[in-house]
Ligand binder design. Structure first.
Ligand code: DGL
Length: 261
């Protein structure tokens, strides 16, 4: 493998970002680490998520990588500044790309944000949005049941729609015209969120923008690979079978080689 892009997530959800990285950067090798032994991060304390995230970075740095992509919204929300200040390698998180896109998309300057409890509590999205445009009002709510729904394959149906209605009610009430899907899992239930929020509301799934940002950094630093198609290596901290069984849903293709570390 050539020098690879290192990606980590709390589990399998970060594969939604890998999917876009492969599409945008087909010649790049990717090393993915999913912390399946300790998932979910979204209900854990800030200190714990920071500790886990740093450990994940240390693991990736041993894999000959040239950039780290923090694919997990929870890790990006609470640990990104620390990771950026402690390590020399370029680091890309998932918050800023989503924020930029949302602020650009919103016409009425009312943006909704949904994510895990830890992401919403950190106010990471809110702070970045306000920094970019202080005139935007933000309504942020956590939707903790969405992660297990997606992992159980409940991507549609009455129960999911009802739960979504309940969670998204404050966003609807405040008339947001743009909603940031601030969690790796939420793009998979986009049709349900769309159904509840209405067709006129723009849903921002930042994975694509993250891939574009990674590409820009690699291009600027002269680190882009060329020549042959990229390869992917997958590492997990537990239960490779579980990871493999869910991978197709998130990545759109099967993964064979998953190693437990
Ligand atoms: N990957 C997490 C995120 O994007 C969702 C799953 C978890 O709670 O660990 O926030």
């Amino acid at each position: 493998m050539k020098k690879a892009i290192g990606v980590f997530d709390s589990g399998v959800g970060g594969l939604t970002v890998v999917k876009e990285l492969i599409r945008e950067l087909p010649y790049e090798d990717i090393v993915y680490f999913g912390d399946t032994a300790r998932v979910p991060y979204g209900i854990k304390s800030r200190e714990t998520v920071i500790r886990f995230s740093i450990e994940n970075v240390l693991f990736l740095l041993k894999q000959d990588i040239k950039l780290i992509c923090v694919a997990c919204n929870t890790s990006s929300s609470v640990a990104l500044p620390l990771i950026k200040s402690h390590f020399k390698v370029p680091v890309v998180g998932v918050i800023t790309p989503g924020v930029k896109e949302a602020v650009y998309a919103s016409q009425n300057k009312r943006i909704g944000v949904i994510g895990t409890r830890a992401t919403i509590k950190s106010r990471s999205y809110e702070n970045e949005i306000k920094q970019l445009d202080p005139g935007v009002s933000v309504v942020a709510v956590s939707c903790p049941l969405f992660v297990p729904f997606v992992e159980e394959g409940w991507l549609s149906g009455k129960v999911v729609v009802e739960v979504a209605r309940k969670y998204l009610e404050p966003l609807k009430r405040s008339g947001v015209d743009t909603v940031i899907l601030g969690c790796t899992h939420y793009p998979l239930i986009k049709p349900v969120i769309k159904e509840v929020m209405g067709k006129q509301v723009t849903l921002i799934d930042s994975a694509r923008q993250v891939a574009v940002e990674v590409k820009n950094i690699l291009a600027t630093e002269g680190l882009l690979n060329r020549g042959r198609l990229g390869r992917q290596k997958f590492y997990v901290s537990d239960n490779p079978e579980w990871f493999r069984s869910l991978a197709k849903r998130f990545l759109g293709k099967n993964v064979r080689d998953v190693k437990k570390v």
